[in-house]
Design a protein around this ligand. Structure first.
Ligand SMILES: [Zn+2]
Length: 472
């Protein structure tokens, strides 16, 4: 085509500009999880989060300044982050002021100019206010949970947006660094390696960096009065923190010595799981034993599990095993939770089998004891219903079958395919899926491929049908 006049060229120019403009559309306000459809967002993929926090525990005031680099996966006219309650003071995108609106957990950001698909862009959000945890559908506290000396910070499944603007989906891995300022005398912990510790007079600033990909629910910023010990285990930097006030729940007297003893399990447990599953995924290891007596759960935060009181041996081993299964191999959707909890619970069983060969119990002993539970007993109702991969909703995410029947599924698989093939399946599962998302269908496919067996009926009985499996 030949243009005949300037005005025709101008019309064409305007038309083409308009059609390019029309390509820009808002990113989705949710990542589409069946249990948490509003969590996460669409239209971009986060590369890095740089999180700066200033926390005043005496009035639970949290001020944040977060810079996020992301790559657009569509032409974006606007996009969302998840952020709860805290007041947003300013948002910039690529250095220019951006407008924003709030609705529920959605922070919708409209940059001054559209963001082209495939391009990287930088968003900075400055925010602050009184920080509130969120109550999950099962009534547990999630997110930034104040303690008497700081905060216990655990995010599974939806707590991260209580303290930073996030693409809060397990489908978006990113690299994180943290700069956290707390009153002098308090310690701020976070994932990864300690970069620096600066004392500013009334406050202290702690910088941490996690160099491996991480999803938002595995971040932490637990802070308070802690004894922090930096050591080395299996050639890795180890950061263990113990609140001097910690104790076993129900006991009056603090017992930090017992907490240190339990964290000493990292060394032998790392040896065992490395041998069984493959190399530990990260470049640091550690654990945080707080005293948070109203939380009632511990969590496998990446490189530094958080313990709400002094953990048992089984719990330390469980959270360490999650570093392979849950943290490095990450579920794509929350209803597949047994892929996290079944593996971590079975890891407790193999720990006792291998560590105490004469006194046990073996994993099969644990399986047998649970299998003996009659369906019509109270314990049986708890264990056999619902099936671990057929949960009715998010309120069942942490129910007993997800853990115990999930672990029984793996032990039954071990019986069915034999010891050598079973560990080959587990090792393949880890090595092929490290730092990526997985589904139950993926696991079944891996088990069938590695074993050469047709296992549909086996997994149907163990994962999808309620009631005690009678044959498989
Ligand atoms: Zn767990």
């Amino acid at each position: 085509m030949v243009l005949r006049s300037f005005s025709a060229a101008l019309v064409l120019f305007i038309l083409s500009a308009a059609s390019a403009q029309a390509d820009f559309s808002p990113g989705a306000d949710g990542a589409g999880d069946p249990f948490y459809p509003q969590a996460g967002n669409g239209g971009y993929d986060v590369r890095t989060y740089s999180i700066e926090l200033d926390y005043e525990p005496q009035n639970e005031q949290l001020d944040g300044d977060v810079t996020i680099t992301a790559r657009a996966t569509q032409d974006l006219s606007s996009f969302n982050l998840d952020l709860r309650d805290l007041k947003v003071e300013s948002v910039t995108v690529n250095g220019a002021a951006a407008s924003f609106t709030r609705k529920g957990q959605e922070l919708t950001i409209t940059p001054a100019a559209g963001l082209r698909k495939g391009r990287e862009f930088t968003t900075r959000v400055v925010y602050g206010g009184h920080v509130n945890y969120v109550l999950d559908p099962d009534h547990s506290k999630d997110g930034w949970i104040p303690t008497d000396d700081g905060a216990f910070v655990v995010n599974e499944p939806q707590g991260a947006p209580t303290w930073f603007p996030a693409n809060d989906t397990p489908k978006d891995f990113a690299i994180f660094d943290f700069t956290i300022t707390v009153p002098e005398g308090r310690t701020a912990l976070a994932n990864g390696r300690l970069v620096s510790e600066t004392h500013n007079g009334d406050t202290a600033t702690w910088r941490w960096a996690e160099s491996s990909p991480m999803v938002t629910y595995l971040t932490t910023a637990t802070n308070g009065v802690f004894d922090l010990e930096k050591g080395t285990v299996n050639g890795l930097p180890e950061y263990n923190a113990v609140d001097p006030q910690t104790r076993r729940f129900g006991q009056k007297e603090p017992n930090p010595a017992l907490a240190w003893q339990r964290l000493g399990l990292h060394d032998p447990a790392l040896d065992l799981f490395t041998e069984l599953y493959g190399p530990y995924p990260y470049d640091s290891v550690g654990g945080i034993v707080d005293w948070a007596p109203d939380v009632f759960y511990s969590l496998e935060s990446q490189t530094k599990p958080n313990y709400w009181h002094i953990p048992t041996e089984a719990t330390v081993v469980h959270e360490l095993a999650h570093q392979w299964f849950g943290d490095a191999v990450v579920l794509e959707e929350w209803p597949d939770m047994w892929l996290n909890e079944g593996f971590a619970t079975w890891s407790e069983w193999i720990w006792f089998e291998r560590t105490y060969p004469t006194t046990g119990p073996t994993a099969q002993d644990q399986f047998d004891a649970l299998y003996a539970t009659p369906e019509d007993s109270a314990a049986g109702q708890d264990l056999w219903f619902p099936a671990p991969n057929a949960l009715a909703g998010p309120e069942e995410l942490f129910h007993t079958p997800v853990y115990d029947r999930g672990a029984m599924t793996l032990q039954a698989l071990r019986q069915k395919v034999g010891e050598g093939v079973f560990f080959q399946i587990i090792r393949t599962w880890y090595s092929e899926n490290r730092f990526s998302n997985v589904t139950t269908e993926d696991f079944i496919a891996t088990a069938e491929r590695v074993s050469g067996q047709q296992l549909d009926q086996f997994f149907q009985a163990w994962l999808f049908e309620e009631g005690r499996p009678e044959s498989w």
